[in-house]
Ligand binder design. Structure first.
Ligand SMILES: [Ca+2]
Length: 360
């Protein structure tokens, strides 16, 4: 862990150095506010010759993107053309994206994502950064152990932040992954704005193969909205500054409705596993019912919870074909918006409870 901290610190220093020299040498970077993102990128034409064949600069979809961005005054056509001349197509990213997904049951997911290694790592990380994380927690009203747990599940406390240049991964996904072209082109647009706002070369940003950045794995649109320069050095450094990272995560949670002092989930039992209740579990995750309404349908909370609280019923497979039932409350939903997976939220809560006093 010591080595990692040193690595993170040197990464931070490098990032800052890069920023400074960039700002010093590039007078275009100014306090001029960036224009708002255009509502929607143009429609992706799946019949155009693929990027793997044409390269980026000559690709019809890329040219369409360039015209669209330039027409909104975000970048000149020449600047964008130059960007795509430098961007490298990464076919291995498309292979990763096309791997068949496997849905793991909770008892397996938990081992990999919320095991004792992750909890012990979280205790160490918290201990090393206690002062600033506690300060952020107080200021934002989000528990320190939730902040730490999210950093843990996302990147194992900063040790696995991804080694792809965003300037390669986002164009590759935006123009060679039709299923989500719209999403990744939008993120690419946000990314280019973000590089300009931060006064950094777009090719200096590193992240996961899917464009998630830094210790909290923010996508560029999230970075622009919620990343925080907590240590006030002029950079929102979510790759190497723990104060910035902790505040960015807490800010995200607060913006997504975190209620200070609220619980994440409460164990329940079902009076009977009726088809109605099983259907509820299959519903899209949302807080559509109150605890009182769920009680009337036969859900019995095993710990105190107020009837007026909003909730979602779900279950976790704790061993093959053996289920535990829960209701997720408001703060469950806040974490879910960080990553749309009930297993993810449950793992965050397990790590957090393992680090802290429990009771979340
Ligand atoms: Ca900073």
């Amino acid at each position: 862990m010591k080595t990692k901290t040193v690595l993170l610190l040197s990464a931070a220093v490098l990032a800052l150095t890069a920023c400074r020299s960039q700002q010093a040498s590039d007078p275009v970077v100014s306090a001029r506010p960036a224009p708002a993102a255009p509502a929607k990128p143009p429609v992706f034409d799946p019949n155009a010759a693929p990027v793997a064949q044409t390269g980026f600069p000559q690709n019809a979809n890329v040219q369409q993107f360039i015209r669209h961005q330039a027409s909104h005054g975000r970048y000149s056509e020449a600047e964008l053309q130059q960007f795509f001349e430098r961007a490298q197509y990464k076919g291995n990213i498309i292979s990763i994206m096309n791997r068949p997904g496997t849905s793991r049951p909770w008892y397996e997911f938990r081992r990999g994502n919320a095991g004792s290694g992750k909890i012990n790592g979280g205790r160490r990380f918290y201990q090393q950064n206690r002062q600033v994380i506690d300060q952020v927690a107080r200021e934002y009203g989000v528990p320190a152990e939730i902040i730490v747990a999210i950093i843990g599940i996302e990147t194992n406390y900063g040790s696995n932040m991804g080694s792809f240049r965003l300037a390669d991964s986002l164009p590759t996904l935006g123009f060679d992954y039709p299923r989500r072209a719209e999403f990744f082109q939008k993120e690419l647009g946000e990314f280019l704005l973000m590089a300009k706002e931060e006064g950094r070369d777009p090719f200096s940003f590193m992240g996961s193969y899917a464009g998630a950045m830094g210790m909290p794995q923010f996508m560029p649109s999230s970075y622009r909205k919620w990343a925080v320069d907590y240590d006030r050095d002029g950079q929102r450094n979510i790759w190497g500054s723990v104060p910035d990272v902790a505040a960015s995560v807490a800010n995200y949670m607060k913006a997504h409705g975190w209620q200070t002092g609220g619980r994440v989930m409460v164990p329940v039992s079902l009076a009977e596993t009726t088809p109605q209740l099983l259907a509820l579990i299959e519903e899209k995750t949302a807080l559509n019912y109150t605890v009182g309404q769920l009680r009337q349908m036969g859900v019995v909370p095993l710990e105190a919870v107020a009837d007026h609280e909003k909730a979602v019923l779900f279950r976790l497979e704790v061993a093959p074909e053996r289920f535990e039932y829960y209701i997720g409350l408001n703060n469950f939903y806040s974490i879910w918006q960080y990553n749309h997976s009930r297993l993810y939220v449950s793992a965050v809560r397990d790590i957090a409870n393992g680090i802290g006093q429990g009771g979340l």
